[in-house]
Design a protein around this ligand. Sequence first.
Ligand SMILES: *Cc1c(COP(=O)(O)O)cnc(C)c1O
Length: 241
Amino acid sequence: MLEITLNSERLRARVADVRQRIQASAERSKRAVEQITLIAVSKTHPPCVLQQAIEAGLSDLGENRVQEAEQKIAELRRTIARWHLIGNLQANKARRAVNLFDLIHTLDSAALAQRLDRLCVEENRERLPVLVQVNLAGEEAKSGISEGELSKLVEEVAACEHLRLMGLMTIPPFLEDVEQVRPFFRRLRSLRDQLGSQGYFGDGRGELSMGMSHDYEAAIEEGATMVRIGTALFGQRAVVT
Ligand SMILES: *Cc1c(COP(=O)(O)O)cnc(C)c1O
């Protein structure tokens, strides 16, 4: 019990620290902090930690595996938070994803878009918000559509009646020096601006899901509207994912 109390104190302190940094980054770039959603990446952590996150005022949780999220959601309830799928989505998990998540960040093929659209009908989901994941550096090991194929995919997603395209997401190469990551954030923003001006994001400007524990401040300076933060809130993960 004592340990739980200590952990929850530490989590609260980390949430406060991250929020303060988000605020400072927003101010540096003359943006309103309300434009930025903090997604607490809770992958690998047990439901009790997620419960503490909610109690510490976090309202958005990011999970990278459908099955893991499903178990946690069953235990904690679907409505306790907004649930974000930030990991690769396999076709055979798509039906469950349609039922579990508020926003899917990792749409990266027309086949997956069409499948999700069809499953929305079958599962009675009126609208499924999605982001298209872009693989800006062409890294083999990472999912995401290449820049060259982006506009075609975006058009295909726009044609899916039940999908609602909200914006773009990227996982840039991991580089120690954040200044070397910054050009990738700028590039995603510029792609978002182009697509936004063509009306692909409806009335909105389009979300930009970018920035993790070690680079979220730069991502915010470059326009991120959603930052996905795990380690800076929950500490090092025991399990490598
Ligand atoms: C794990 C993960 C994060 C969080 O990474 P941290 O470095 O722990 O903040 C963010 N985005 C994605 C897609 C992830 O898989």
